[in-house]
Design a binder for this molecule. Structure first.
Ligand code: TMP
Length: 215
């Protein structure tokens, strides 16, 4: 498939959404056609699923139900947003994608990793990101940032309310994914300033786009 697909990953409070917005702005100013999207909730169906999955007032979900709702969100997202944008040769930036399922449902909830790998391959064979940027920071710092954000208007969602041990497992999951697929996945130190991280991301992405244009 044509186009260029980049996913952003990381634990709660890692600053993904800020970096997605900055990268989109920078690429658009260079004339690229950029689609910004996210999981869960990148489509109308996905927004309904996102509420079920995240709102702390929704009914409790069994781990299997949570997994299938994440996958349903992804199936819709790929068909409605990601695949058409890539076919139209656009750059797609997704705030979370398959590695969130590995990290949260696999490492966090304990769903068998082999099964997740099969499900991910089935759902995304045509649409794996060419590049995945994992924003890496200590769990204590991520959760501190989430609490600061919540002192504004946002409440705690179901994942944010999970234990520190859960978030540590998710973090370990991301590190394992980065080790096992170092061609696609790049770890970035998210303890640095927003601008420094943005400049590194921009340099990495521009390097990849250059290679793409030459081939
Ligand atoms: P966020 O959009 O604020 O990052 O919140 C999305 C939450 O959903 C986050 O806590 C991670 C979780 N999630 C999963 O558990 N599995 C998944 O496959 C995806 C895409 C997200």
């Amino acid at each position: 498939m044509a186009g260029f697909f980049i996913s952003f990953e990381g634990i709660e409070g890692s600053g993904k959404s800020t970096q997605v917005a900055l990268l989109a702005q920078a690429l658009r100013s260079q004339g690229y056609d950029v689609v910004v999207t996210r999981e869960p909730g990148g489509t109308a169906v996905g927004q309904v699923l996102r509420r079920l999955l995240l709102e702390s007032t929704s009914a409790p979900l069994a781990p299997g139900a949570e997994l299938y709702l994440m996958l349903a969100d992804r199936a819709q997202h790929i068909q409605e947003i990601i695949a058409p944008a890539l076919r139209a040769n656009k750059i797609v930036l997704s705030d979370r994608f398959v590695d969130s399922t590995t990290a949260y449902q696999g490492y966090g909830r304990g769903v068998e990793l082999g099964l997740l790998a099969q499900l991910n391959a089935f759902a995304c064979s045509e649409c794996m990101p060419a590049l995945t940027l994992v924003l890496d920071l200590p769990v204590s710092e991520g959760l501190k940032r989430v609490r600061q954000r919540q002192s504004g208007t946002e409440g705690t969602d179901r994942f944010e309310a999970e234990s520190v041990a859960f978030h540590e497992r998710v973090q370990a999951g991301y590190l394992a994914v980065a080790r096992s697929d170092s061609q696609r996945v790049r770890l970035l130190d998210a303890m640095r300033s927003v601008e420094v991280i943005h400049q590194e991301i921009l340099a990495v992405v521009q390097g990849r786009l250059l290679v793409l244009h030459k081939t």
